[in-house]
Design a protein around this ligand. Structure first.
Ligand code: ACO
Ligand code: OAA
Length: 373
């Protein structure tokens, strides 16, 4: 008989193999294909890291240039997809829009065979910012934005479409860093969703659509939006401390803190925190950044809990003028690389993922006649 796992949430169980990343070795640390995320965030553009994750090696300059030209050429949206996006109301959640957009793309440009897995992934990478912003600008501003801009990077393309003008160098760099930090994270909930779907030999769009649904929840990617909704309620560090003490007394979860794997710190936090501080200086912020720092101090002191990748992303994105409800879709624009690479890895050595359950229901019994129930 199969062994019943002791802890809930499959915590601590090895559920498969991966050559893509290591998470939390000796309490902290994150590597993508053997490179430290800190090194990547400091020295690379997001497209280089996407190339690394998807194609297995860091690109040469010529390969990177060629990859960026390819991605640029794939930004356009088919008319039928635009028509669907135009019918989604302004008060829809952008994660739902993206889930629908990805699914519709699969209807229009489906993966005919697994030989196309690289091509359909690049297409999604290139056009997810177009999907989010086409819907956002149409539903909020009544504008049919031209999504085929000549911006150099995925982050700049997104910010340009959102605001109608090219971003500053600082904002483009922050987008590179943010997308690099969010790109890949081993067997997290959304990636595992994608791998389970892949293990049935389903198509890439189905795997990604399912993963978007998993990332949406506030215990996972949705935490960056939930963290923003919390910190914007606090008027000062003192107010933040007072409110957080109340939340902790009531045993409420504070979004953006804690982690299922890291036990000491999340290495992505110190990086995005530094950029959040730079952005705070840039906009002359005197509230949100100090409030965020106080939240971090209170959680460390009271619960020994640390900020995960999501917490300082909230203030960083806010300082760049990004609407809160677009925070988690940016996570998708990045994590798509990790999801797709895991799908490819699963396909390369597949067996359907199908664990067992310990039954806790009724003993075998007879079906009573309907008149006797
Ligand atoms: C990019 C990402 O997806 S990172 C994760 C984003 N999610 C969040 O920020 C949501 C808030 N955090 C959490 O809910 C959790 O820390 C998770 C989901 C990230 C990890 O969950 P788990 O591994 O199950 O940790 P678990 O919930 O067992 O935490 C252990 C203890 O710390 C507490 N704890 C953990 N995180 C928090 C938190 N954010 N706020 C308050 N208490 C917390 C738990 O209540 C639990 O206490 P208990 O032992 O008294 O019951
Ligand atoms: O690994 C996890 O459980 C969640 C996480 O931080 C991520 O997916 O980036």
């Amino acid at each position: 008989m199969a062994k019943v796992l002791s802890g809930a949430g499959l915590r601590g169980q090895v559920a498969g193999k991966t050559a893509l990343s290591t998470v939390g070795k000796s309490g902290s640390g994150l590597t993508y294909r053997g490179y430290d995320v800190k090194d990547l965030a400091q020295n690379c553009q997001f497209e280089e890291v996407a190339y690394l994750i998807l194609k297995g090696k860091l690109p040469t300059q010529a390969e990177l240039d060629e990859y960026k030209v390819l991605l640029k050429s794939m930004r356009g949206l088919p008319l039928a997809l635009k028509e669907v996006l135009e019918r989604i109301p302004a008060d829809a959640h952008p994660m739902d829009v993206l889930r629908t957009g990805c699914s519709m793309l699969g209807n229009l440009e489906g993966e005919a065979s697994f030989d196309e897995q690289g091509k359909v992934t690049d297409r999604m990478l290139a056009c997810f910012p177009s999907i989010i912003c086409y819907w956002y600008r149409f539903s909020h501003d009544g504008v049919r934005v031209d999504v085929e801009t000549d911006d150099d990077s995925i982050g700049a393309h997104f910010l340009h479409l959102l605001r109608g003008e090219k971003p500053s160098e600082l904002h483009e760099r922050v987008m590179h860093v943010s997308l690099i930090l969010y790109a890949e994270h081993e067997f997290n909930a959304s990636t595992f969703t994608a791998r389970v779907c892949a293990s049935t030999l389903s198509d890439m769009h189905s795997c990604v659509t399912g993963a978007i649904g998993s990332l949406r929840g506030p215990l996972h990617g949705g935490a960056n939006e939930a963290a923003m909704e919390m910190i914007e309620r606090f008027e000062s560090p003192e107010h933040a401390e007072q409110e957080m003490m109340g939340m902790l007394e009531r045993k409420e979860k504070i979004m953006g803190f804690g982690h299922a794997i890291y036990s000491e710190s999340d290495p992505r936090n110190e990086i995005i925190k530094l950029w959040s501080e730079k952005l705070a200086d840039d906009v002359g912020d005197k509230v949100l950044y100090p409030v965020s720092v106080r939240c971090e101090e209170v959680m460390r002191r009271e619960k020994k809990l640390f900020c995960n990748a999501d917490f300082f992303h909230a203030s960083a994105y806010n300082f760049m003028g990004i609407p809160t409800k677009l925070f988690t879709p940016i996570f998708v624009m990045s994590r798509l690389t990790g999801w797709a690479a895991h799908v490819m890895e699963q396909r390369a050595d597949n067996r359907i993922i199908r664990p067992s359950a310990e039954y806790t229901g009724e003993e075998l019994r007879e079906v009573p006649a309907i008149s006797e129930r």
